[in-house]
Write a protein that binds this ligand. Structure first.
Ligand SMILES: O=C(O)C(=O)C[C@@H](O)[C@H](O)[C@H](O)COP(=O)(O)O
Length: 367
């Protein structure tokens, strides 16, 4: 078992990583439950994992109730949030209780937000079952739903009490979702860890093919990187945490253009967005074309989109910049952009000219 602490004073918690942990979740949760029931929220594609978790809680004497929601990004909505909070209220969840989020980023973000507002805040536990949620969204307490205006626009910072990661849950994850999650792994190398990017170049294919040692290493390394950044800047106020947004300003705009649908998964948007952030940095004379091509080349080699054409986006630059303007980080007409001086040298630039971004996007090949 690898345990990584997320150090946030009174809101500190552990992330535990171990193959097979889902089968032993009851043991890990018995003390946390304190004799109270633990509702499990999951999606309709995860009934096998749900059965495993329920059996494990049963064996540890923890009463539970499953709430099964539709799968997919469209569940990060007001409507599903209302269904969920109504059900949690019917179950008489108390402030001191723990709700379990069993699933990917959608379930984690939605349940985390429900927990943040239920009775002005109850506890929740993340049991992420996708690579994206294991290496990124289950850690750090960003919770949210989407609205017509854009991604994650309604939400709260609300930290989980515990994160339990079982890398074996990835055995049944569709290859496309595994690849999409891998984009967030690569992100940590691109932010400030060139050696980890080299590790990705050497081991990414193995990880995607199911190599457990590669998976465990990538998950633990990514979680440790995220825990370090979140501990430094929990609420994204100093600029440090903003680094985790590499590829997201472009990526969220592509996701919005795709209607937040299965046409473009979040991780796919982030992959294309990271390639665009590097490409834009080259166009501004900040980064070498060689580094940018290395990033795009690795994304392509793992089957991820490396730009507008492979992300299937045909919209023009003005339309995409229009989506960006809904970003919650927009302030006084400017957006903090994540640019790169090279691999592992990402920084925040608040002076990017949005017309230059639109012109850059217009110059990109289309589908
Ligand atoms: O944890 C963070 O901080 C991140 O930015 C991680 C992102 O990968 C994640 O997708 C996050 O939910 C995006 O946040 P947002 O603030 O851009 O909505």
């Amino acid at each position: 078992m690898t345990t990584i602490p997320v150090s946030l004073g009174a809101r500190s918690y552990d992330v535990r990583i171990e193959p097979g942990l889902l089968h032993r979740a009851g043991e890990a949760l018995r003390a946390v439950a304190g004799g109270r029931p633990m509702p499990i929220v999951t999606d309709e594609n995860l009934t096998t994992h749900l059965d495993t978790l329920v059996a494990s809680l049963d064996a540890s004497g923890i009463a539970t109730e499953a709430i099964v929601l539709p799968a997919g990004e469209s569940s990060k909505s007001w409507a599903t949030l209302e269904t969920l909070t109504d059900r949690l209220l019917e179950l008489e969840v108390e402030r001191g209780d723990h709700v379990i989020a069993l699933g990917g980023g959608v379930i984690g973000d939605l349940v985390g937000f429900a927990a943040a507002i239920l009775k002005r805040g109850c506890n929740f536990i993340q049991i992420p079952t996708t690579l994206l949620a294991q290496v990124d969204s289950s850690v750090g307490g960003k919770t949210a739903i989407n609205t017509r205006a854009g991604k994650n626009l309604i939400g709260a910072f609300h930290q989980p009490s515990l994160v339990l990661i079982d890398p074996e849950t990835l055995d049944t994850l569709p290859a496309r979702d595994l690849r999409a999650g891998y984009a967030e792994v690569v992100k940590y190398g691109l932010i400030d860890d060139p050696e980890f990017f080299e590790w990705c170049e050497a081991n990414g294919a193995k990880l995607l093919a199911g190599d457990m040692a590669a998976r465990e290493y990538a998950i633990a390394h990514s979680v440790a990187a995220k825990a370090r950044i979140v501990a430094e800047d929990e609420r994204e106020t100093t600029g440090k945490r903003a680094l985790l947004n590499l590829g997201h300003t472009f990526g969220h705009a592509l996701e919005a253009e795709a209607g937040f649908s299965d046409r473009l998964l979040h991780g796919e948007g982030v992959a294309a967005g990271m390639a665009l952030a590097f490409g834009f940095s080259v166009s501004q004379g900040i980064c070498s074309g060689q580094d940018s091509e290395r990033v795009a080349g690795h994304l392509r080699a793992t089957g991820l989109p490396d730009g507008l054409a492979t992300a299937g986006i045909g919209a023009d630059g003005t339309t995409l910049v229009g989506h960006m303007k809904h970003d919650k980080k927009m302030a006084a007409g400017t957006l903090p952009f994540l640019l790169a001086r090279g691999i592992g040298q990402t920084y925040v630039d608040r002076s990017v000219d949005l017309d230059a971004v639109a012109a850059f996007l217009d110059a990109q090949p289309r589908r």
